[in-house]
Unconditional design. Structure first.
Ligand SMILES: *Cc1c(COP(=O)(O)O)cnc(C)c1O
Length: 333
């Protein structure tokens, strides 16, 4: 029995992902007991958190007899790349509506993988991604296809069920290892992962605090959207659970210069985790969330008596689009 029993699900990921101790990072910070949930190892064409959402979204598409998936994102979207891989695995056509223009040179990082995975890329330029997806959906219907639109970030009442189940997976692992987790720290962007974890924790009656570190949106926009998502997910599960803004611990203080504009804190966090644990995090999401976690330990908000799980949400393949910045001699000095 799980909290999502009865909801259609397609197996896409290598689950459960490992829950590991970060002994050497813990020692180097002299702080709380740190663990890591390895969703960079979900297995779908270099892994990542979106695989969890896609297990439910793709199942919904198959129930509806769709023949293609449409989704949207930035040109280096991890969500788009995992959607392309899920479509390939399930024999669906994948259309990706990406922000911006085709790159002038060869494609790299996630965009290279989108191409290898057989996705059809549509460049949206400066147009809003939502508008472009709708236009593409109508056009595909017109020519006789049966497209299914996966929302931005996979974040709707269907996708977040994957993260609710992920919370149950983490709880089962922690319990079997006799670990009582006080907090989970996770990168928050479209909000689906955090909303799903909060939904899962409430459905299971867990005390754990789930702290989202903003990678993209400010709290005024992010929190009301996550409240709505959690409510709609609970409804989908037939659970009468109440959610309000107080359920969402969220910090926008590490946004720096904004989405996908990392700075020194991310650069240092990436190098610290790599050199103490042999684990890679990316500049846009997980490096920023880890930089936030490290700062919260240093300033004493996260205290040495706690056990904290850093949820590694993936993004590693996006790193190769950042090799100039990662290797920058300016930051090295
Ligand atoms: C999408 C993504 C996130 C954020 O998840 P949301 O559900 O969009 O909040 C975090 N890390 C990585 C690597 C991602 O690709």
């Amino acid at each position: 029995m799980t909290i999502v029993d009865g909801i259609p699900r397609t197996s896409l990921g290598h689950l459960p992902t490992p829950l590991e101790e970060l002994y050497r990072l813990t020692a180097s910070l002299g702080g709380p007991r740190l663990l890591i949930k390895r969703d960079d190892q979900t297995g779908l064409a270099t892994g990542g958190n979106k695989t969890r959402a896609l297990e439910f979204l793709v199942a919904d598409a198959l129930v509806r007899d769709s023949d293609s998936l449409i989704t949207a994102g930035s040109s280096q979207s991890n969500h788009a790349r995992q959607t392309a891989a899920a479509a390939a695995k399930c024999g669906l056509i994948c259309h990706l509506v990406l922000q911006g223009e085709p790159p002038p040179g060869n494609c790299t990082g996630n965009l290279l993988l989108d191409d290898l995975l057989g996705a059809r890329v549509h460049w949206a330029g400066a147009r809003r991604l939502g508008q472009s997806m709708q236009a593409l959906e109508s056009e595909l219907h017109r020519v006789g296809h049966r497209p299914y639109v996966v929302p931005y970030g996979g974040s709707n009442e269907v996708g977040i069920l994957g993260y609710a189940l992920g919370m149950e997976e983490l709880h089962t692992q922690a319990t079997s290892q006799a670990i009582r987790l006080n907090r989970v720290v996770v990168a928050s962007a479209s909000g689906g992962q955090q909303a799903g974890l909060v939904l899962g924790a409430k459905a299971l009656g867990l005390e754990v605090g789930i702290l989202g570190i903003a990678a993209e949106k400010r709290s005024a926009e992010a929190i009301p959207f996550m409240v709505k998502l959690a409510r709609s997910g609970a409804q989908k599960l037939g659970l009468s659970l109440a959610f309000d803004e107080s359920d969402f611990l969220f910090s926008e203080q590490y946004l720096g210069r904004g989405y996908a504009r990392p700075g020194r804190a991310e650069w240092e966090a990436i190098r610290l985790l790599a050199s103490t644990e042999g684990i890679l995090v990316d500049p846009v999401y997980t490096g920023r969330a880890l930089a936030g976690l490290i700062d919260l330990v240093r300033v004493g908000v996260l205290t040495p008596d706690e056990s904290i799980c850093f949820w590694h949400t993936g993004g590693t393949s996006g790193m190769f689009a950042w090799s100039d910045w990662l290797g920058s001699s300016e930051l090295r000095s």
